[in-house]
Design a protein around this ligand. Structure first.
Ligand code: SAM
Ligand code: SF4
Length: 342
């Protein structure tokens, strides 16, 4: 498949060796978080030293370089993006690219804990849609899954976001023996409030305290159970992302499935991921990465940075290679989701 470079961007578009245009950048602005979700982190995490982090100005510079090169959609994530100090400064600053039309969408993925505080500011900066992670509506289960989180705070955050005019999509990780039985009621809850909801299969990223093979719940199974209850109508994939969408006839809402352990979305992959230390991962499921912090810090001019980005894109691999190592119960990749931001 050949992809025509976008016209109207200042620099040459980023086309990888497999003809895919890179138009989507996900940025993990911090590896820290106010939750410790069992599938994501261990309870006692060692976080990166602050001096290793890109400053907010440096993050802005790298994001802006990508936008100049054809990125049209930017997602801020983490860790928890809204716990990074002065985060709104970065959001407001990146919002200028929406105003000029260089960027189509600025969005974020959040656990919702700080949304009640920031929803209005996000909307004012030009954010229109956000993803909020919510795995359960049961307060005790919520506390068990997130270890440190409080359900009520997140529900208040979602309400504040809706009031501020933000479109909210719910992300739910499907967890065997945990929220498994609750999935239909979560879907009903989301659709009754006008939220799309996407189910995510657990990915083997990073050491956690639990056994990942215990948590793994195949979405193929979830889907066939839902089909016994509801009529699921396949929708054409309009996001270019990893989710497959259906409409549930009875609720009228959209439901997505993200199944990273299958290779069903690598062919259309349009994205790369930047960590808060300036490491660029060209694929969520591969270890290969490029350092963009050194070129950023080496000169105030963007020539080195631009060259490093081009070189990295020329190494974007064809696909990933996730496996939960069932014999050794080790993650396929040692890096946590909170580093690359999902
Ligand atoms: N803290 C924010 C949040 O929870 O939405 C943003 C970062 S979090 C790493 C992004 C998404 O990745 C969340 O929806 C979370 O549920 C999901 N996630 C984290 N670890 C995962 C794993 N091992 N497998 C699948 N999804 C995971
Ligand atoms: Fe934090 Fe999000 Fe990971 Fe949960 S999934 S620990 S909220 S980064």
């Amino acid at each position: 498949m050949t992809v025509e470079p976008r016209i109207g961007t200042a620099g040459p578009a980023m086309i990888d060796p497999f003809g895919r245009a890179v138009t989507y950048l996900r940025v993990s602005v911090t590896d820290r978080c106010d939750f410790r979700c069992t599938y994501c982190m261990s309870e006692h995490m060692t976080f990166l030293p602050k001096r290793d982090l890109l400053t907010l100005e440096e993050l802005d510079r790298v994001c802006s370089a990508f936008i100049r090169k054809g990125v049209r959609k930017l997602r801020l994530t983490g860790g928890e993006p809204l716990v990074r100090r002065d985060m709104m400064t970065l959001v407001r600053s990146l919002g200028r690219h929406l105003a000029t039309g260089a960027l189509d969408e600025l969005t974020l993925t959040t656990n919702g804990s700080q949304l009640a505080r920031f929803a209005g500011d996000l909307a004012a900066a030009g954010v229109r849609r956000i993803n909020v992670s919510l795995d359960t509506l049961d307060a005790d289960r919520f506390a068990r899954i997130t270890r440190w989180g409080r359900l009520e705070q997140v529900l208040e955050g979602i309400e504040a976001a809706t009031r501020a005019g933000l479109k909210v999509k719910i992300n739910t990780v499907a967890l065997r023996n945990e929220n498994e039985a609750e999935i239909p009621s979560l879907i009903e809850w989301a659709h009754a409030r006008g939220h799309d909801i996407t189910l995510i299969e657990t990915m083997p990223l990073g050491d956690i305290d639990e056994d990942r093979t215990d948590q793994y719940l195949p979405l193929s199974l979830v889907r066939s159970r839902l089909e016994e209850r509801w009529a699921l109508e396949n929708l054409p994939d309009r996001t270019g992302g990893p989710a497959r969408y259906v409409r549930i006839r009875e609720t009228g809402g959209r439901l997505g499935f993200i199944t990273p352990l299958t290779h069903n979305f690598c062919e259309s992959c349009n994205r790369v991921r930047l960590t808060c230390t300036g490491t660029l991962y060209m694929c969520l499921g591969q270890a290969d990465a490029a350092d963009l912090r050194a070129p950023v810090r080496a000169s105030a001019d963007d020539a080195l940075l631009d060259a490093a980005i081009d070189e990295a894109i020329s190494r974007k691999p064809k696909g990933h290679d996730f496996v939960i190592d069932r014999q050794h119960k080790r993650p396929a990749l040692r890096r946590h989701m909170s580093v690359t931001g999902g």
